[in-house]
Design a protein. Structure first.
Length: 281
């Protein structure tokens, strides 16, 4: 088993240029007939931020869960941007994951390359788009008086990016294979995406749930969501001094273990179903 995994990993690495070609092709197709092009990568999350700021910040006062001192360093709107930008990318991964193999069916059946390359290209494309949103985030950080931390940039940010990629790749490997054989998966994924969005502390601090009157088991289950810990890491880069906005030990452990477990399950499922998927394609 270990030899087979090592062999496939080496094969994927040898064909890494194919991943790059697929990423460039997907980005070119996405933006080639768009007037604003790359700007849409920034405008969409910005528009969502404004809407959610009005609904949750102004109407529902979700910012009451923010530490008072944090309101002077970017406040709730920076909190939103720092969560919505990575979620937008992850949500896009979930949206395209079920069709990652179907979309590339002609290439899969004609090219002699490891099939893992195609789900990997889907995830890599979204991460390139995530990097393109960084100018927006940095503008918000400096404009809103956000804090800069070397600890956050050198520790929390790399860890958050690695775990997001690992979790996203595991999900994509799993869904892309299963959806070929069971097309209901694509519809179920859309429902799951909504649940994860509101269950991952994107729009309000996790402390609002953890300090509420919810049952203890519900709070524990909430912290066991790996995505909550991951998105908290993305925010900790800009709010390093506030314990309320950093992942707890349970959330951090869940993020690391959950991401590794998701990748293992996704890869194992992908390999087990690979021949059945090829026959179906």
């Amino acid at each position: 088993m270990e030899v087979a995994v090592a062999s496939r990993t080496l094969a994927v690495w040898e064909h890494r240029k194919v991943v790059g070609l697929l990423v460039r092709r997907d980005l070119k197709v996405k933006y080639q007939q768009s007037v604003l092009g790359y700007a849409w990568t920034m405008l969409e999350p910005l528009a969502l931020t404004m809407v959610y700021f009005f609904v949750f910040g102004v109407v529902l006062n979700a910012d009451r869960g923010m530490p008072p001192e944090a309101m002077e360093h970017g406040g709730y709107i920076l909190f939103l941007v720092a969560g919505i930008l990575p979620w937008t990318i992850f949500g896009s991964i979930l949206g395209e994951a079920p069709r990652a193999m179907i979309t590339h069916s002609k290439l899969i059946t004609t090219m002699k390359v490891p099939r893992e390359i195609f789900p990997m290209a889907t995830v890599s494309t979204k991460f390139v788009e995530y990097l393109l949103t960084w100018p927006v985030l940095l503008i918000f950080v400096f404009a809103m008086g956000g804090q800069f931390s070397w600890e956050g940039m050198l520790l929390w940010l790399p860890l958050a990016i690695v775990l997001t990629f690992m979790f996203g790749l595991g999900v994509t490997l799993f869904l892309s294979a299963v959806n070929v054989l069971l097309r209901d998966v694509e519809r179920l994924t859309r429902i799951l995406t909504r649940i994860l969005f509101y269950g991952s502390a994107i729009l309000f601090p996790a402390a609002m749930v953890l300090d509420s009157g919810a049952p203890g088991w519900a709070k524990t289950l909430y912290e066991l969501n790996p995505l909550m810990g991951i998105f908290q890491m993305h925010r900790t880069v800009w709010f390093p001094e506030y314990a309320e906005l950093t992942p707890s030990a349970l959330a951090l452990t869940s993020a690391v273990v959950g991401s590794i477990l998701m990748f293992v399950i996704g890869y194992w499922t992908f390999r087990r179903l690979e021949m059945s998927v090829l026959k179906e394609l």
